[in-house]
Design a protein around this ligand. Structure first.
Ligand code: KG4
Length: 340
């Protein structure tokens, strides 16, 4: 009999449900929440309310696209954290109620582990290309910037992480301050395509070890633009493409400097990326070219699996399921990684 896992993701502003059968994806449905656009960032209370509205239709759509009924499910995997508490509560409570009603196990998943394992989502008709263990994952999203050593699907170790803002936050905050739109990453990525990445230079941090810092470079861009605007009120309008390209290049340089160091220190040349920022064109291109130059094997998730999605939660849950892990019904969601 096959193992059919329903995955549920509700950690931030996307409500998602996915079904996998023996590790192969049958469906992945994502309802993004447009309500936050007007505020230039995610409003937690609005996010939880939207999850409440979305969760039932999203789960039933995922089941129907997969061609399975609730009775076919072997287990339900859900994101327990880290993330927004109110949002996580919706997915967690839903998973518990459904698990209880169907009398099947529930399995809690760390959201970050989902991103780390996104490479292992198998799809029908797509030749799998998966890293071998151990590998390094550059995990870059709106809430995290980490270099993670992954020894097997269930064991990983954070080698370095941001000491302040996440790289996605740097994209989002700068885009917001410059009036370019939200979320900032895709906007800056698109504008940068027509810009000169070498035109402007921004301060890079000097942080020891494998940790990151992104708040200084963000401030450097904002002060620079403020000073230029005082001289020429049209500065931003005239230079936004070059500004975006130069800013994006600086962020990618910072990410790569530490990744190169991590490869050198560990001797691990299997390299993956995950999280929303791993959709960034400049970052993907640079990972490919560095990989070719340095003899790394680079694996990049398809763009649809970089941002929050339940397929990655289902695959992570599947590995926990195979290992015999089950979650008790009194498990509570956690907002911080440290509490996991
Ligand atoms: O993993 P994710 O969907 O969720 C959370 O962190 O919760 O990542 C979202 C982040 C946002 O900061 C967004 O601006 C960024 O990923 N992002 C990008 C791109 N697409 C999404 N950043 C740079 N370039 C992109 N193309």
């Amino acid at each position: 009999m096959s193992d059919i896992i329903l995955g549920i993701e509700s950690s931030c502003d996307d409500t998602s449900a996915a079904v996998i059968e023996d590790g192969v994806l049958l469906s992945n449905v994502i309802a993004s929440q447009e309500v936050h656009k007007a505020y230039g960032g995610v409003v937690p209370e609005l996010a939880s309310r939207a999850h409440e509205l979305n969760i039932v239709p999203v789960v039933s759509e995922a089941l129907s696209r997969a061609g399975v009924t609730p009775a076919d499910l072997s287990a339900i995997a859900f994101t327990r954290g880290p993330g927004l508490l109110g949002s996580l509560l919706v997915g967690t409570s839903f998973a518990k109620a459904m698990g209880l009603a169907l009398d099947i196990p529930i399995i809690d998943v760390n959201h970050l582990q989902g991103h780390i394992l996104a490479e292992f989502i198998r799809q029908k008709g797509v030749e799998p290309r998966e890293p071998s263990f151990p590998y390094l994952c550059l995990l870059v999203s709106g809430g995290n910037s980490q270099i993670v050593r992954v020894d097997n699907p269930l064991h990983y170790q954070i080698l370095g992480q941001t000491i302040d803002d996440a790289v996605g936050e740097a994209f989002d905050k700068c885009s917001k301050m410059l009036g370019l739109g939200y979320p900032g990453g895709p906007v800056i990525d698109a504008l940068a395509k027509n810009g000169d990445p070498l035109r402007f230079k921004f301060a890079k941090p000097h942080i020891p070890g494998l940790d990151y810092s992104f708040s200084g470079v963000k401030t450097s861009l904002l002060y620079f633009v403020r000073d230029e605007l005082a001289r020429d009120p049209d500065f931003l309008e005239k230079n936004k493409e070059d500004l975006c390209a130069s800013f994006q290049k600086t962020l990618v340089d910072i990410l790569l400097d530490k990744l190169v160091k991590a490869v050198r220190q560990t001797g691990i040349t299997e390299v993956t990326a995950g999280g929303g920022v791993s959709a960034n064109s400049a970052l993907r291109e640079r990972l490919e070219t560095e990989g070719r130059k340095r003899g790394w094997n680079v694996y990049l998730p398809e763009r649809k699996f970089t941002t929050d999605n339940a397929a990655m939660i289902a695959i992570a849950g599947y590995y926990h399921y195979l290992a015999g892990e089950r979650t008790s019904l009194d498990a509570a969601p956690v907002s911080r990684l440290a509490d996991f």
